[in-house]
Design a protein around this ligand. Sequence first.
Ligand code: HEM
Length: 513
Amino acid sequence: MDLFFSAKSSCLSYSSCLLLIISTIIYMFIKSRSSSKPRKLPPGPIKLPFIGNLHQLSEGPLPLHRILHHLAAKYGPVMHLNFGNTPTVIISSPEIAFEIYKTHDLVFSNRPATAIAKKFSRDGLSIAFCNYGEQWRQMRKLASLELFSMKRVNSFSWARKAETDILVQTIRNYCFSKKQTVNLSEMFLCLNNNIIGQLAFSKRFSSEGECNRSKHHDLITEIIHLFGAFFIEDFFPWLSWMDVITGMQAKSNAIFKKLDEFLEREISEHRLSSDGDNSRHEEDFVDVLLELQRNSNLGFTITRDQIKVILMDIFVAGTETSALLLEWVMSELIKNPRVIMKANDEVRKVVGNKGRVEEDDLKRLEYLGFVINETLRLHPPVGLLVPRESAEDCIISGYDVPKKTTVIVNAWALGRDPKIWENPDIFYPERFDGSPINYKGNHMQFIPFGAGRRVCPGIQLANATIMTALANILYHFNWKLPNAMSGEDIDMTEVSGFNNRKKSPLILMATPK
Ligand code: HEM
């Protein structure tokens, strides 16, 4: 009996043990499943069902990247916004940016087809606005091998030299004029437009020997503004007819027509002259592209429409961005007398009495490099990086991100994050001294040119242009604020748009060295 009882009780305890083990396994299985199960994206902290709200948000007193930065502090680094019909996710942490640009780069390599991108890229033909795929691979191959290679960038040093000399001369003329002040914002835009004009068409747009504005500059500025403008179709596709009523469609059609006529004229002139006289000028982008059209060694041919969109990409992506960076650098320098003095000393010591800064000198201007880095950290010209779109469902930071979600990384917020940068709001170029961090897309806390396979292909070109211009204007002039203004009086307000623009132009006084 005892034996039976004890056998029974041991049998009972054996089965209860087994039950306990099985239920523990089931519990752990369910728990592990539920913890790895992706969460739904958090509901948007701000729902913007009314067009007015969205418009106010981007045109309001604060630029969009700043508003989103404040919201991220409250709602976290992954924010889901309801921009009309378009699910949009804003990323404000380097770890999550890494997931987008590195871990899932392939999934996030499309661009959203906005109304303006579709129109100006001729239904997705351009490098910057086409979706990831064969078309983009071909365009990107062409860009890296033929247009933006180091060899090509170096071959255009004559254009940077010539345009920088004109800039210096124009500033000198202003110094001796009655006004004595120089509108640097305007001049930097003209400088970059002329340099890209030389690269693309062997043509400058300002008047002979001047760094001044022209009709062509206005056209490029109009296009860039359009890219940052609000089209109802992008948020409520069924309301696209409203873009007709607001006049946005007519405006974009008119600007597109002007651009098309301009490009058509340039390409035709090149074709005519290259059929006749080949020694007319240095080989420019249109020559390269026409030659590829006739005789491609890249394994694919390009059409006339593709040539036009590539040229459009270069003007839209390359002019205002570089001009804004120069404008922000000079604004920060003039606000920080210690830094401008140190940068001046370096340039003048390295260059000595040579009379101008040559491109060979640039690699010895280490401090100036830190100044540019620090400006890119605090004022990335593209504060909200060019949007990407998910090609399939994906899990990011534990959240379900559905296919066709627009993803925007806030580079401005990454550069100001107090968890990453010590005293983030202080302009202190020395923080880059001895630091391995650079802007080439490998350090997610500092990605002003983006990252991953769609990282900006114009980095080397931008760097060469910006360094040459900056080093020369520091070498040739001493800079100060007009009248009794102090550094505090400089208006550093930013305005929203495609690029991170300064609200008021930078007007300074120069004294020749
Ligand atoms: C300071 C100057 C510049 C800045 C801050 C800048 C920034 C950027 C950024 C943030 C992107 C998006 C990258 C991504 O999605 O990951 C981009 C793309 C691009 N940039 Fe730049 N850029 C600059 C200058 C230039 C220049 C000088 C050119 C050429 C003349 C250029 C041509 C392009 C092109 C073609 C793309 C599209 C690449 C693609 O989608 O595959 N950029 N740039």
